[in-house]
Structure formats: structure tokens, C-alpha cells
Ligand binder design. Structure first.
Ligand code: GRG
Length: 272
């Protein structure tokens, strides 16, 4: 088993440790429905790859990665609702609100988001992190998921209040950039945080461009097939920046290939 597979398995197991059955059962079932579906876990995996490149504590990286998955899955539950994207299917299965009702889906998203911060604020969940590190992680995740980040981006998107780049950076890339920052914080590489944040924004933007290419949406609407050239350019930029920062490990390379090629991406690692 390679490190990526190992980390993914550890994320799956840790999520189940962090979210044990509780009453009322319908709320437990609705908040665990997406969370336990085994998405790609690409965000926690980047966090692990960055932390591992700097020799940080991997158990803590996995737990912080689980917190990111909670935020990500809350956003998917809410995004699928009839008032937003109105999607009846997610990952080939009926959406959360289809299975549990709109009322439960709204509340499940709320519960997942608040639980994220309960997990991060509980020092017993961590091995090596100090209060100051946990406080930074809590503040950064709140900011990148909030009105300056993911929620703000979603508003710009649904009301068409900005250009595609700003929308994509806020809606998608800010949460990726949290993962890069968090990898640096867990590994105590405070000297590199600004650069890690920038790299995370680029990788997140790349992820969104590939998604748009697949869906023939977003960037594809204005750029068409030219989007492929931008993807290739941005991928190369990410590789160069990751190398300069010392995070371009075998695992990082595999994840970057997954963003552009694997998991339903648009090209094989061999070329466009
Ligand atoms: C509702 C507050 C709120 C925000 C919504 C993230 C988001 C903003 C909406 C989700 C829909 C969307 C188009 C997001 C763009 C990013 C994206 C392609 C998410 C899907 O992420 P994957 O592919 O999902 O990592 P898995 O299934 O692997 O977990």
C-alpha cells in the first residue's frame, strides 16, 4: 500500500472515530450520509502530503484533514439543496435532501459545520498541537470557509457578481489553500506559510478549471478548448512552486496528477 492509500484509509477510519452514532438517529444519519461516502479526500490528502514533506505529525494532519472533509461535505449538502444547485444526485447516489428531506439537509449541514470547530477546539483530539496552533487552524478554516472564502464565492457565483477567477478562488481554492497552510502549521514551518497558501490557491484553481472542463461550465464557457492550455500552464506552475518549497514529493506528484488526470480529470499523467 502506498502512502496516499494509507492516508486515505486513515482519514476514513478517523472520521468514524470522530463522529460516533448519537441521538436523534435521523440527524446522525443525515450528517454522516455524505461524510462516510468515501469521496476522493483530495483536500486532506494534500494536507498530509505537505505535512509529511516537512516531517510533521501525521496523526494530527489526518485529524485536521477530517475537519476539512466535514466543511467540504457540509458545503456539498447545502449546495445540492433546491434553493442552490438543486441536484438530486451526488456521487451516483440520491442527494442528502432527497433521502432525509430538505429540513434535515439544512440542519445536517449546520451540524457538520459547527462540529468541525468542536473537533478542532478539543485538544484531546491531537497529539502534538499546541493551543496557539489550534487557534490559528480554527481562525483560518473559519475565514476560508466563510464570507471571504467559500460562502462568499458561492454568493458571487449564484448572483453572477464577479468574474470566473474570483468566483473559483473563493468558492473552491480558498479551502484548498487552508489545507496547504494547515500542513505547514502542523509541521511548524511558519516561515513558509505565505508561499504554501499561494500554492494551495493555485492548486485549488487548477482543480476548479479541470472540473469546469469536464462539466463544460465556468471557465469553459468563455475559453472553450483553450482552457486545456491554461490547465497545462497552471499545472506546471504548481509543480515549479511545489519544488521550490520542497513539497514536490512522490505523493504530491501523484495528487497533482489526480487533480488533472485521475479521478475523472481531463488527462492522463502522460499528457493531454
Ligand atoms: C453551499 C456554502 C456553500 C458553498 C458551496 C463548494 C461549493 C460551495 C459547492 C459545491 C459545488 C461545487 C461546484 C464545488 C466546486 C468544487 C467541487 C468540484 C467540489 C466537489 O469536490 P470533490 O470532487 O468531491 O473533491 P468529492 O466527492 O471527492 O468529495
Amino acid at each position: 500500500m502506498n502512502k496516499i492509500e494509507l492516508w486515505k484509509n486513515l482519514v476514513e477510519a478517523r472520521l468514524r472515530e470522530l463522529l460516533k452514532p448519537f441521538e436523534p438517529q435521523i440527524l446522525y444519519e443525515s450528517i454522516s450520509y455524505y461524510l462516510f461516502q468515501e469521496g476522493k479526500r483530495i483536500r486532506p490528502l494534500f494536507l498530509c502530503a505537505v505535512c509529511n514533506a516537512f516531517g510533521g505529525n501525521m496523526e494530527d494532519a489526518i485529524t485536521v484533514g477530517c475537519a476539512v472533509e466535514m466543511v467540504h461535505n457540509y458545503s456539498l449538502i447545502h449546495d445540492d439543496l433546491p434553493a442552490l444547485d438543486n441536484d438530486s444526485f451526488r456521487r451516483g447516489k440520491p442527494s442528502c435532501h432527497v433521502v432525509f428531506g430538505e429540513d434535515m439537509a439544512i440542519l445536517a449541514g449546520d451540524a457538520l459545520l459547527t462540529y468541525t470547530f468542536e473537533v478542532l477546539a478539543n485538544k484531546e483530539n491531537f497529539r502534538s498541537l499546541e493551543d496557539s496552533q489550534l487557534l490559528s487552524l480554527i481562525g483560518l478554516l473559519a475565514k476560508k470557509a466563510g464570507f471571504l472564502g467559500m460562502v462568499g464565492g458561492q454568493v458571487l457565483d449564484i448572483r453572477r457578481l464577479s468574474d470566473q477567477k474570483e468566483i473559483s478562488i473563493k468558492k473552491t481554492a480558498e479551502l484548498f489553500s487552508f489545507c496547504f497552510l494547515a500542513g505547514g502549521i502542523v509541521a511548524k514551518r511558519y516561515d513558509l506559510l505565505k508561499n504554501l497558501e499561494d500554492l494551495g490557491l493555485k492548486v485549488g484553481l487548477l482543480f476548479q478549471m479541470v472540473d469546469d472542463y469536464k462539466d463544460k461550465d465556468g471557465f469553459y464557457r468563455s475559453l472553450g478548448e483553450e482552457l486545456l492550455e491554461m490547465v497545462e500552464e497552471l499545472r506546471n506552475e504548481c509543480e515549479q512552486k511545489a519544488k521550490a518549497l520542497g513539497v514536490f514529493t512522490e505523493e504530491f506528484e501523484e495528487l497533482l496528477a489526480l487533480v488533472v488526470g485521475g479521478g475523472g480529470g481531463i488527462r492522463t499523467p502522460g499528457g493531454l
